[in-house]
Design a protein around this ligand. Structure first.
Ligand code: G6P
Length: 453
């Protein structure tokens, strides 16, 4: 069995003494897939992303079961920053500010050629490494052309592709130049089976395929709603480093105050700025919450090679500081913004959250919405965007928001803060049950079995 993804399960760092240090990779895809573990018969093919990764490839060292591809830096940058993250991610999350963007010009065509090269490098590596008849599961929008390319090289393989993002509706997807839209769809339809996180994204894909290439042909489509890994989370969230961070956070929040928690990559689609504006609106509309609540916002750096992400991060910081300067008092900091990635601190915040704010513009699933109820100590009310994939499973027990509606989100926050403790605990139990219905290992096994059958 082979897995292919841009970001792998680990990354390496060269220590001062010259040794290689292994770190766990980040993001929803990796959290989901890490649970499958590794055995002698599996191989994970991924990109070398850091200097440490490239050094590991050069030395021929690293984790068994992981093969990193050292794709030339300029090709990788065009494919990853240019096409995957600035075009395909924007299309599926509908992030373009359409009066001016997108512009599919000659520069785009040049980057597209790199995207093809990069996809071909994966297809070749997989073709070289796969045993006869092996199952290959290709992940995400970075590698949409791989199934088709791999099928040509190795018709004997069972090929699957899984999308961790939403899929755009046809009228948005078809902003892509016709030949590119066709290439993406035909590339994916080279797979025996395509997987999506929700029915909504699967249906959108089918609608695009019908309009652009006349249908999905023989390819099968399945829906697999990745759930939270309860065993891992419960164990991990009770280790000493998390306990320490709980004490530190409680001290920062202040005695007797409620915490509205969010934890995200600083990602445009996560809608962090409108979340802050909604919190500000809450302080305006309901002054009784002033001094009694704190917004704990963890916004970890992501895709910082892209100017829009850097600008977005600056805007998050600016709005948080403004709220603190307008509303703060000597004993009360209304927003605690942390920008440095710290998994143990995220778990600490999950455990003590009174309200979790998950308000993406659009999201494939959103695992934070599923993780919080699993580790919450005393129950937590979930304010959840109806545009998150997780809404399909958690919507009934959450307080739904339209992510663009700041006033609506503010009143949802008020409603969430006002839920009585017993009801909160009950809701959290039901949320946790729904959130763990399909744990990562089972999620992956289901796909593999379906692919092999
Ligand atoms: C999303 C994507 C993943 C990606 C992750 C982190 O979850 O679906 O493919 O790995 O974001 O983004 P990054 O660009 O840092 O890999």
């Amino acid at each position: 069995m082979l897995v292919a993804s841009n970001r792998g399960p680990v990354s390496y760092e060269v220590r001062e003494d010259g040794s290689l240090h292994t770190k766990r990779g980040g993001g929803g895809l990796v959290s989901g897939l890490s649970a499958i573990g590794s055995d002698a018969d599996s191989l994970w093919v991924c990109s070398a992303l850091s200097d440490g990764d490239r050094e590991a490839v050069r030395r021929g060292e690293g984790e068994p079961g992981v093969r990193m591809l050292d794709i030339p830096a300029d090709v990788h940058a065009d494919a990853y920053n240019g096409i995957a993250n600035s075009v395909l991610w924007f299309v599926h999350h509908m992030l373009y500010q359409t009066p001016l963007e997108p512009v599919f010009d000659a520069e785009f065509r040049r980057q597209w050629a790199s995207y093809e090269t990069y996809n071909r490098a994966f297809a070749q590596a997989l073709a070289e490494s796969a045993a006869p008849g092996a199952a290959v599961v290709v992940q995400d929008y970075h590698l949409t052309l791989v199934p088709g390319l791999l099928r040509e090289l190795r018709p004997d393989l069972r090929i699957g592709h899984f999308s961790h993002t939403p899929w755009a509706p046809p009228e948005y997807f078809r902003m892509l130049p016709d030949d590119i839209a066709e290439q993406v769809l035909r590339g994916m339809l080279g797979a025996d089976r395509l997987g999506f996180l929700t029915r909504r994204w699967a249906d959108a894909f089918t609608a695009c395929a019908e309009q652009v290439v006349g249908g999905i042909g023989d390819t099968r489509i399945g829906v697999h709603g990745l759930g939270a890994d309860a065993d891992f989370l419960r164990e991990r969230s009770h280790r000493a480093d998390v306990e320490e961070r709980i004490s530190a956070l409680r001290a920062e929040i202040g005695e007797g105050r409620r915490a509205i928690v969010r934890v995200d990559r600083t990602e445009l689609s996560k809608n962090i700025v409108r979340g802050l504006l909604a919190y500000r609106q809450l302080l305006d509309d309901r002054p009784e919450w002033r001094e009694r609540v704190v917004h704990v916002a963890f916004a970890y750096p992501s895709r910082q090679d892209l100017a829009v992400y850097r600008d977005y991060m600056a805007e998050v910081r600016r709005v948080a500081e403004e709220i603190n300067s307008v509303y703060g008092t000597p004993g009360w900091t209304p927003v605690l913004l942390h920008l440095k990635d710290d998994f143990a601190r995220s778990l600490a915040a999950y455990r003590l959250a009174d309200v979790a704010l998950v308000n993406p513009i659009r999201d494939g699933m959103n695992l934070v919405a599923k993780e919080v109820p699993v580790v919450s100590d005393e129950g937590c009310v979930l304010v959840l965007s109806r545009e998150a994939g997780a809404f399909e499973e958690l919507g009934e027990e959450a307080i739904a928001v339209n992510p663009y509606d700041v006033v609506g989100t503010a009143s949802a926050l008020h409603e969430a803060l006002s839920v009585p403790p017993e009801e909160r605990a009950e809701r959290t139990k039901r949320l946790a049950a729904a959130a763990t219905a399909l744990p990562p290992a089972q999620w992956f096994l289901d796909q593999l079995n379906a692919l092999r059958s």
